[in-house]
Design a protein around this ligand. Structure first.
Ligand code: NI
Length: 185
């Protein structure tokens, strides 16, 4: 089932998300719905707050990038209760967008490597260092679990340049190809 994606301006995107346990109601179905919602919107990652749930659940599928990054062929993952434990001093910049901020694309500077701990869909714990595009995707998605969105990382100048777009988004004034939940003011 395709779920509506909550847009910038929705309070749930500013909440710190809570851990979940294996008995979370209909978790399997929820995960499938998140993947379906993400594919429908042509995204590569989706965090539960973006479908209105303040829980620490993220899905990522990087297969769409596998032409440029062969290591991501069939790379489809679920991250539960994820946290970033350490980050590298080395950083780089890359263009980012977000299904909750349609129409905005900006360069974001982030650490190139991160040490993460999370549970997979079987609640098996993983503790690993991650790099490359995956490290970026994870940081973007895990930010959503802390109530942050990528525009929070922009310089005051770039934020000023996007002020109208962000303002319109927060008022629900945006056209979008997928189903959304927006604040109408
Ligand atoms: Ni996002």
């Amino acid at each position: 089932m395709i779920l509506p994606i909550y847009l910038y301006g929705q309070p749930v995107l500013r909440k710190v998300a809570e851990d979940i346990t294996p008995d979370y109601p209909q978790l399997k179905e929820l995960i499938e719905n998140m993947f379906e919602t993400m594919y429908n919107a042509e995204g590569i990652g989706l965090a539960a707050p973006q479908i209105g749930l303040a829980i620490r659940l993220v899905v990522i599928d990087l297969d769409a990038l596998s032409e440029d990054y062969p290591e991501y062929k069939d790379f489809r993952r679920v991250y539960i209760n994820a946290e970033v434990l350490e980050t590298s001093d080395e950083k780089d910049s890359m263009d980012e967008g977000c299904l909750s901020l349609p129409g905005i694309h900006e360069k974001v500077t982030r650490p190139t490597r991160i040490h993460v701990r999370y549970l997979d869909e079987n609640f098996v714990e993983h503790d690993e260092w991650v790099e490359g595009f995956l490290a970026r995707a994870m940081q973007h998605e895990f930010d959503h679990l802390e109530g942050k969105v990528f525009s929070d990382h922009l310089s005051p100048l770039r934020r000023q340049m996007n002020k109208n777009k962000l303002g319109n988004l927060a008022k629900g004034k945006v056209s979008c190809a997928y189903k959304t939940k927006r604040v109408l003011r």
